[in-house]
Design a protein around this ligand. Structure first.
Ligand SMILES: Nc1ncnc2c1ncn2[C@@H]1O[C@H](COP(=O)(O)OP(=O)(O)OP(=O)(O)O)[C@@H](O)[C@H]1O
Ligand SMILES: [Mg+2]
Length: 501
């Protein structure tokens, strides 16, 4: 008898059948991963276990007994806690308040014991090796830190089943190591951990078992012995994916699109100089906290620079706000799609045309529904957004990876000359990731200047023509990507540290 059993679960949203007859057995003391393409149904299945959605048929059994979770509180009652894919941080509360929301420590008479609240939160953060000030306002923290707060929030409740839905997509390598250490400890304590990720190396590294979902069905469960990357991919997509990265630039021009000369922003980055030419993809690598997003923000007019000068085709510019940048053909695809990228309560169509309203309006004023529809449908096809009839779906109801594709559609629709993409493949599956890389190359080959920020070194090396290496707010070197290795880049990032040793 298994500890947690999913037994013939089926679920539809309207006429969209999302899960079909899924059965999986989970045991205590194991890390059991779930993998599958964007929209395969992973999050939906977890939300059913967590009491957020109800299955249409089938049941969940714990130690052989059927349980019914009508809401997350009942799920917690059964010892099940979920760290969701889309963060739900209360931005105006402190980090500590977020951890203990709805179960704050109280003094007699029911007043919140603030001293204990902050001390307990500090202990929780310590436990997972997160360097977070419990009194910091959560909204001002990085996405990675917010993710760590979400994890602490669930761990503080002492659960037996811990579900983590793509917890590592916003974490730095260090934070991931800490998280894995904790997961292994929890496993030793006999807890069940269900772990969702698109990163195959993470899956094969820490899981005891992996179950694969494809189009709402379970195509099988592998144990450690049989966990080979190609086998998993085949079970996910029904084919092998070989050539992961596109070829390098065909026609790099020397025409500078965007240049930065000695730009600085106090406390964020200092003295950065670089050029991005038409026809090339320039990768900007750095660990989380290296100042890359901050630099892009300043170039895009979302923040200011304190010193230095930015040039567009050689002409000095200083955008007061993003609208000015967009008008000049500079677009920025954010790493934080929910907070500043998409309007999740609006439809796919509304989001797609949001940054190019002029081109879909009649007489510059009235939205031309047909044009907007045509444009959006074009991107749904080109980017293979699922489900393919999602034109009038609220973005909130798309799977995480498909939301990322809508974000892409939105900026492509704005027809930029210079496209800045910040962690462009966050949360997308292996197939879609390769597709996004190929699209970036196609755009560059068509003459666009692409600036790609990423903390994934294989992605940087696989896609870019030139690599800007950042570390702690400074540029440590700009390398041509010819036979460049991961080691070359890391050595450049940590050159001075190595010299001081
Ligand atoms: N509340 C909802 N209303 C309507 N459709 C939904 C809702 N939630 C999910 N869906 C649909 O269910 C399908 C599965 O989505 P789900 O989020 O479970 O995928 P996923 O495997 O987690 O994908 P990803 O890797 O992108 O996170 C998608 O087609 C999605 O559009
Ligand atoms: Mg998901």
């Amino acid at each position: 008898m298994s500890y947690l059993k999913i037994d013939h679960i089926t679920k539809s949203f309207g006429n969209n059948k999302v899960l079909t007859d899924i059965s999986i057995d989970f045991e205590k003391g194991e890390i059991h991963s779930l993998i599958g393409e964007n929209g395969a149904g992973k999050s939906t299945l977890m939300k059913i276990i967590g009491g957020i959605y109800q299955a249409d048929s089938g049941q969940i059994l714990m130690e052989g007994k059927p349980v019914r979770m009508h809401d997350p509180i009942e799920a917690y009652g059964c010892g099940i806690g979920i760290v969701h894919q889309e963060l739900s941080i209360a931005g105006n509360m402190t980090a500590a308040q977020n951890v203990f929301v709805n179960h704050e420590p109280v003094k007699w008479l029911g007043f919140i014991d603030w001293k204990k609240l902050y001390a307990d939160a500090a202990a929780e953060f310590d436990k997972i090796g997160a360097n977070i000030d419990p009194r910091a306002i959560a909204g001002t923290l990085s996405v990675g830190m917010q993710q760590m707060i979400e994890i602490s929030k669930v761990l503080s409740k002492d659960v037996n089943v811990l579900i983590l839905d793509e917890p590592t997509s916003a974490l730095s390598d260090n934070e991931i190591e800490n998280l894995f250490r904790i997961l292994l400890e929890l496993k030793k304590m006999g807890k069940l951990i269900i772990f969702i990720s698109h990163k195959l190396n993470e899956i094969t590294r820490i899981s005891d078992k992996v179950s694969v979902l494809r189009d709402g069905t379970c195509t099988g469960t592998l144990d450690r012995e049989h966990m080979e990357v190609q086998t998993i991919i085949r079970m996910m997509v029904g084919r092998n994916i070989d050539s992961l990265y596109p070829p390098k630039a065909k026609c790099r021009s020397n025409k500078k699109a965007l240049s930065a000369e000695h730009i600085s922003r106090t406390g964020k980055f200092s003295d950065l100089s670089f050029d991005i030419c038409y026809g090339e993809i320039v990768g900007m690598f750095g660990l989380v906290g290296a100042g890359r997003t901050e630099c892009a923000f300043s170039v895009f007019g979302a923040d200011k620079i304190d010193e230095g000068q930015i040039y567009l085709e050689g002409k000095p510019v200083s955008f007061k706000n993003p609208a000015q940048a967009i008008k000049e053909g500079v677009c920025y695809l954010s790493e934080d799609r929910k907070a500043i990228g998409l309007f999740v309560d609006m439809t796919v169509k509304e989001n797609t045309v949001a940054a190019c309203l002029k081109s879909v309006c009649r007489h510059g004023q009235f939205l031309d529904e047909n044009k907007a529809k045509e444009k959006t449908e074009g991107y749904i096809r080109e980017l293979d957004i699922h489900p393919d009839h999602c034109l009038d779906y609220k973005v909130r109801n798309l799977s995480g990876g498909n939301q990322q594709k809508v974000l892409f559609a939105k900026w492509l629709a704005a027809d930029p000359r210079i496209l800045i993409v910040d962690e462009p493949t966050r949360g997308v599956d292996v197939g879609a990731k390769a597709m996004i890389h190929h699209i970036l190359r196609k755009l560059a080959d068509a003459g666009m200047a692409v600036w790609m920020i990423s903390s994934e070194l294989p992605e940087i090396l696989g896609v870019s023509d030139k690599v800007i290496v950042m570390h702690e707010g400074r540029c440590k070197g700009i390398l041509e990507n010819e036979d460049l290795t991961e080691e070359d880049v890391m050595k450049t990032a940590f050159r001075e540290e190595a010299e001081h040793e």
